[in-house]
Ligand binder design. Structure first.
Ligand SMILES: C[S@@+](CC[C@H](N)C(=O)[O-])C[C@H]1O[C@@H](n2cnc3c(N)ncnc32)[C@H](O)[C@@H]1O
Length: 210
């Protein structure tokens, strides 16, 4: 690896600045102890939402609203974000952030509950994009649901797929790392997907459903 790489990654991460509202949501996330997506990841989420003209998006892991704000800024103005989190307090903060960004309340469907209880209730092939950022141990089950929810041509995005630089190190075999490493390979080898593993933030695996 060239010595330039870390500098280039840092440069890319800060290349697109966060809005003031997103910066505030980031501070609130940190107070609440939930780690929001990095700015470079947010920019990728916005790009993907805009590229597929995502009118219906599911987000697993609302947090205090950082990733939701990025997604909403890439979606058309009539697009609806369905966002799931088990922590009502996180979602209260997210709703405040959406309001501060001028997002109309009817553009967000905020569902409090465990993702694996909520996702099976959502409609098959009705979504343009699914973004996953909740309990790492449950990622494989979230993906199973996401592939059912996505329309053909829809896009899946998973954060933390390089998991603190552990996934790339074959000697690291703790449970979370192994789950994410195996999941990444399964998505790579799934013929119904066109995937890419992006070394942005903590690693975004994005895939289009064929
Ligand atoms: C990393 S934070 C999400 C950050 C958010 N995506 C952002 O960028 O602002 C993970 C979130 O997943 C939620 N979570 C954890 N386990 C969950 C589960 N089983 N079902 C739903 N949400 C869960 C946590 O409460 C937390 O808010």
């Amino acid at each position: 690896m060239s010595a330039q790489k870390p500098a280039s990654w840092a440069y890319s991460e800060d290349f697109i600045a966060e809005t003031e509202v997103i910066e505030k949501a980031r501070s609130r996330s940190e107070e609440l102890g939930c780690i929001p997506v990095m700015p470079g990841v947010g920019a990728v989420l916005r790009l993907l939402a805009a590229a597929v003209n995502a009118k219906a998006v599911v987000e697993v892991g609302t947090g205090a609203g950082v990733s939701g704000l990025w997604l909403l800024s890439g979606m058309p103005t009539d697009g609806i974000l369905t966002t799931i989190d088990v922590e009502a307090e996180h979602q209260r903060a997210a709703k405040q952030a959406y309001a501060a960004a001028g997002i109309a309340p009817q553009r967000t469907r905020v569902i409090t509950g465990r993702a694996l209880d909520v996702l099976p209730r959502l409609t098959d092939a009705a979504y343009d994009m699914v973004m996953i950022d909740a309990d790492k141990a449950e990622y494989p089950q979230y993906v199973e649901q996401a592939l059912r929810l996505l329309r053909t041509g829809g896009v899946l995005a998973l954060d933390n797929m390089l998991w603190r630089d552990k996934v790339a190190d074959p000697a690291t075999r703790d449970e979370t790392t192994t789950t994410l490493r195996d999941l990444g390979k399964a998505l790579r080898d799934n013929d119904s997907l066109l995937p890419a593993l992006l070394p942005v933030g903590d690693g975004v695996l994005a895939a289009v459903k064929r």
